[in-house]
Write a protein that binds this ligand. Sequence first.
Ligand code: ATP
Length: 119
Amino acid sequence: MNRLIRSFGHAIEGIVYTVKTQRNMQIHIGAALLVLFMGWLLQISWSDVLLVFFSIFLVFILEMVNTAIEATVDLVTGEFHPLAKTAKDVAAGAVLLAAILAVIVGFYVFLEPLLVLLN
Ligand SMILES: Nc1ncnc2c1ncn2[C@@H]1O[C@H](COP(=O)(O)OP(=O)(O)OP(=O)(O)O)[C@@H](O)[C@H]1O
């Protein structure tokens, strides 16, 4: 049980580290809070809330994996290496893809209620 609690503590440390040190993560959190507030204002359906949560968490998760890969690469080498570049670029690309998906979901969920509100 103690081991389980310790693992949980390490996981929380990882989340806190990412939020504290990664500017992109802070931007993702700001954007997520804004989107959730908009969802509340526009009274989007529960299934759309779920969709929004999935996209938000996907971006958070990949930003954390990206941070882990960056730390690992920096641990292994401080020198310029084509494989280090590949590892970091691919990880960053994964975050970008998740962010694009989040924008697509945003359009799908918010476009209609926004148009209704504006009319
Ligand atoms: N050791 C290295 N060898 C080769 N290229 C590298 C190396 N370290 C970084 N790069 C290149 O520089 C880019 C930026 O790397 P860096 O470690 O500064 O990430 P970052 O800009 O802090 O990323 P993020 O904004 O996601 O935190 C990488 O995507 C990669 O193209």
